[in-house]
Design a protein around this ligand. Sequence first.
Ligand code: HPA
Length: 244
Amino acid sequence: MSTLYAVIVGSGFEAFVASAEPHRVHTRFGPPSAPIRPVRFGDDTALVIPRHGDDHSLPPHLINYRANLEALKDVGAHAVIALNTVGVISAIREPGQIAVPDQIIDYTWGREHTIYGEPDPDFDHIDFTEPFTQRLRAALLAAAETAGVDCHDGGVYAATQGPRLESAAEIDRLERDGADFVGMTAMPEASIAMELGLEYACLSLVVNKAAGRGEMPIHADVESSTLSAKMQAMQVLKAFFGSG
Ligand code: HPA
């Protein structure tokens, strides 16, 4: 059986055009952020869901990560490509570039972070040593190579609570902890995906230098860097789905 992929898209990717009727799914955790749209990429169909909702009204701490992932699983997804935007802390990337991180540190709090919200004799301690699926990471990196896109292999993603950006001292602390990137959505998304048995990897769009690291104000940095990162991510997706 071939793998059915889902793509969780973040800010700025709401314009994916559906090729079939959207799936309106309700899960035991409530409704997902938006209906799931089957989108054609070449010969493939991917199941696309906008993480922040169709109207981009859901900040990172209000996203129902459990419902999004369970809904994707319910409509048949096996593997999830998570697009997200990040600030860069270390010098491994510049704004406007992309990366496939290989590690994560969770600084979020108060989010529904596990599918085991009720007593369950079958609850599992997932092994999160490798938080991202290596097969999927490698496939994304191979697609980047096919597309001729410079995509960084690896890096530690620090997941912060948001929705505010960080202070410079907080970024210094994340750097001391070993983080390369900072974003707000990959946790608990990555661990819930693993609990549900879904493959999961991030394709991260670097849209700014993290707080205290850049010359320009962060929002101006985001404004000038997002399009380039977004176009590269789209090229990778097209190559991934064989339509590039
Ligand atoms: N911090 C947290 N999340 C982000 C950032 C950032 O600088 N940029 C994009 N998402």
